[in-house]
Ligand binder design. Structure first.
Ligand SMILES: [Zn+2]
Length: 384
């Protein structure tokens, strides 16, 4: 049977990033890409476009770059208020500890989130998701962790779900109640972990949790406390990921790997044992150069060892009001190249699977993936 070359949509004159190996980004210059329904039906150089090709709609893209929709796999973009004032204080000589003692830091975001209604939290967070979307992001992970009490954690996760529904993009929610110790539990971190574990099945029953995370750090929670949270998550069949080894080496990367973690994130202080454990368990290294940049860190994640052991690396924005107020994944990729010396190819994403699904803004809300057209005005192309 001859191939059917009558399509719904045909992009012509694009610079197509297939992200397939061999040459940078798998670029095909002066390419075309055709869609039928929510599937890519054909792609290749313009010169190879079948002579009988027709499409209901044809878009001439003037050699703009066309990529798969980007995935931002680590964000805290649901929050209220902002912490710009603390940035000013720090530059005027205040230390992070002084700011925290004066009620700043994560706990100032906690107060703002607790005080905001669900609708107000959504109204403040939605523009941030839209900004990422305009930058080419079509799949987004959003964490809780500024509520630190049942109802406020629930409110954050509900807002994250609503963002996905409203924008028609894929949002994965992560329960991060073990982010900081709330004032109600000062000096009782173990008691707070009991509460975190108690809330989890209730939120999971409501369909609000796709994964579970923790901040394993001297100023966060200990490895033993993190293990308790992870054991509770795995008992419910939920995958885990971890803020690991950002400021010190508590063995977070190996801990995440031991629970078959989806990822260990940050990793500035991860040692060889942690890298080997990640390689053995297929745990992804999520690099967050935005926080590294804002905090003026000097210790780099073990990029060479991650490469050597074949640990998959991903780059994310870590969008948050304190240490990474970053709303561009492409900027994060650029920072990963500049600070961490990733190659542009490493900072990119995986190849377009054959016959993969595409999506298109609000028009096709059921689609699982969009195509992002990167133009000087940073727009995601509305495919339908
Ligand atoms: Zn984070």
């Amino acid at each position: 049977m001859p191939a059917d070359h009558s399509w719904d949509l045909l992009f012509t004159h694009v610079t197509l990033a297939t992200l397939e190996g061999g040459h940078p980004f798998g670029l095909i210059e002066n390419a075309a890409l055709a869609c039928t329904g929510d599937r890519i039906a054909w792609l290749g150089p313009m010169a190879a476009l079948p002579a009988d090709a027709t499409a209901r709609r044809v878009e001439h893209l003037e050699q703009r770059v066309l990529t798969p929709g980007l995935i931002d796999c680590h964000t805290h973009l649901v929050f209220a208020g902002n912490r710009a004032h603390e940035f000013d204080l720090r530059l005027n000589g205040a230390t992070y500890e002084q700011i925290a003692r004066a009620g700043g830091g994560i706990l100032s975001s906690v107060r703002a989130v607790r005080a905001a209604s669900e609708d107000a939290l959504l109204a403040q967070s939605l523009p941030r998701a839209r900004a990422l979307l305009a930058d080419g992001v079509t799949t987004l992970e959003i964490k809780s962790g500024y509520g630190l009490e049942f109802e406020s954690e629930r409110k954050m996760l509900r807002v994250a779900r609503r963002i996905g529904e409203l924008l028609g993009i894929t949002v994965r929610t992560t329960y991060l109640a073990a982010h900081a110790l709330p004032p109600e539990y000062c000096d009782d971190a173990d008691g707070y972990i009991d509460a975190v574990i108690d809330w989890l099945p209730r939120l999971h029953d409501e369909g609000l949790v796709d994964a579970v995370d923790a901040f394993c750090e001297g100023i966060g929670f200990s490895p033993a406390q993190t293990r308790r949270v992870f054991a509770a998550a795995r008992a419910l069949g939920l995958p885990v990921k971890l803020h690991a080894d950002q400021l010190s080496n508590l063995g977070g990367a190996a801990l995440a790997a031991a629970f078959d973690g989806l990822s260990a994130d940050h990793l500035e202080h991860t040692d060889a044992e942690g890298v080997q454990a990640m390689a053995a368990h297929g745990t992804v290294a999520v690099l967050l150069p935005g926080a590294f940049h804002v905090l003026r860190e000097t210790r780099l994640p073990p990029i060479a060892q991650l490469r050597e052991h074949g640990v998959p690396m991903a780059v994310a924005t870590d969008c948050n009001p304190g240490t990474s107020p970053l709303l561009s994944l492409r900027q994060a990729m650029q920072l990963a190249c500049t600070h961490f010396r990733l190659t542009p190819d490493e900072a990119g994403t995986s190849p377009i699977p054959p016959n993969c699904a595409i999506g298109s803004a609000e028009h096709w809300p059921s689609a699982s993936m969009w195509l992002a057209v990167h133009s000087p005005d940073r727009s995601v192309f509305p495919c339908a």
